[in-house]
Ligand binder design. Sequence first.
Ligand SMILES: CC(=O)N[C@H]1[C@@H](OP(=O)(O)OP(=O)(O)OC[C@H]2O[C@@H](n3ccc(=O)[nH]c3=O)[C@H](O)[C@@H]2O)O[C@H](CO)[C@@H](O)[C@@H]1O
Ligand SMILES: C=C(OP(=O)(O)O)C(=O)O
Length: 431
Amino acid sequence: MDKIVVKGGQRLKGNVRVEGAKNAVLPVLAAALLATKGKNVIKDVPTLADVLTINEVLKSLNTEIKYSPEHNEVIIDSQQRLSSEAQFEYVRKMRASILVMGPILARNGFARVALPGGCAIGSRPIDQHLKGFEAMGAEISFGHGFVEAKTVGRLKGAKIYLDVPSVGATENIMTAAALAEGTTIIENAAKEPEIVDLANFINEMGGKVKGAGTDTIRIEGVEELHGTEHHIIPDRIEAGTFMVAAAITKGDVLIENAVPEHMTALISKMQEMGVEITEENQGLRVRSKGNLKSVDIKTMPHPGFPTDMQSQMMALMMTAYGTGIITETVFENRFMHVEEFRRMNGNMKIEGRSVMMDSPSNLQGAEVAATDLRAAAALIIAGLVAEGVTRVTELYHLDRGYVDFDKKLAALGADIERIGTENTEKAVQLV
Ligand SMILES: CC(=O)N[C@H]1[C@@H](OP(=O)(O)OP(=O)(O)OC[C@H]2O[C@@H](n3ccc(=O)[nH]c3=O)[C@H](O)[C@@H]2O)O[C@H](CO)[C@@H](O)[C@@H]1O
Ligand SMILES: C=C(OP(=O)(O)O)C(=O)O
């Protein structure tokens, strides 16, 4: 089992470059299925485990995939007839596999996708995705762990109000509507930058999507979409993770390729804590000196504070001064990392949907397990300033969403090493 071993105490300094966004590339690769003429060339694709998984899903649907990790590029040929079924082995590995449902349904008039079920951060239902397909004329049924959607002829444009501004439901409905007959209007749509990236991609393929980034999206269906070349936007969560890593170590780091407009909530919360953040030509410079101040944080759909930055900010808050409250409103169970932080001597307690923090904590290195993708990064970040050595396991979570996280931190001066099973002895020696 791989471990990351980090020894606290080094100040981070230098430049780090952010990759293409995981949460943009997954819906874009799924949406590439819509093209029946020519190939799609997707650029700035990060080399993540989730990208390998979505590529496998697309292959299983009868597309041809050419993946060049060295060029951060995926070429997809989806001109052949698609298969209609996405199997459990993929959906289990990665919930975002559900995003192929809209494109398959739009093209084949039938889609059968394994039900994703819950995961470490919550129950994560897909009722809003299905409500959208149903409104467009699809008949939905369940059986044997699968959900099926069936329509006679093309899907029909419809007006759909989402009960929650779900990112995945907005994406699935947008892709289904791109080839539907007539106009679809999504109200209370998600407004994340990744939604805008997907809308741009659909438009580059010849689609007609307007309003992405606002809470009303209008999609005029077209008869056919064609392949195009598309660049994925930079990963605002990876950028934010490095911003927190710079701040917690009292460092000075330039985060290249970061897009400040995608991160206003995070930037203002960090500034409120006393972190110095300045825009430069190549990205965002983060500097931190002296004591940081505790703040209150509440996660919300974009442009609110992102749930995907909650655990990393909790790490930073452990080093600030005063009491603070972190409230999670997006997912019902995204505090699994709290127990791991407590193993590192983090002073906090869960009360309902909030974590009450009394800081600073006298952080101590410990053996901890990543409980989800962002928790993996957050534990490593806490290890950067803990006294002694922290060993983080369950790194398959980290690999879903961060490229070379340990190497990028090491290049900034962190005392960090990733150790594979074959090097377990070395891990023991380091302790
Ligand atoms: C691959 C990807 O882009 N993942 C992101 C996406 O996940 P994902 O698209 O799964 O997240 P959603 O926006 O759909 O979920 C937000 C909330 O809505 C609820 N919900 C969602 C759909 C539905 O049909 N019914 C329903 O009740 C969920 O349980 C959750 O409580 O947005 C989340 C919220 O910003 C991020 O944390 C994830 O990193
Ligand atoms: C929760 C996340 O991803 P996913 O929706 O793919 O599980 C995340 O990126 O933090």
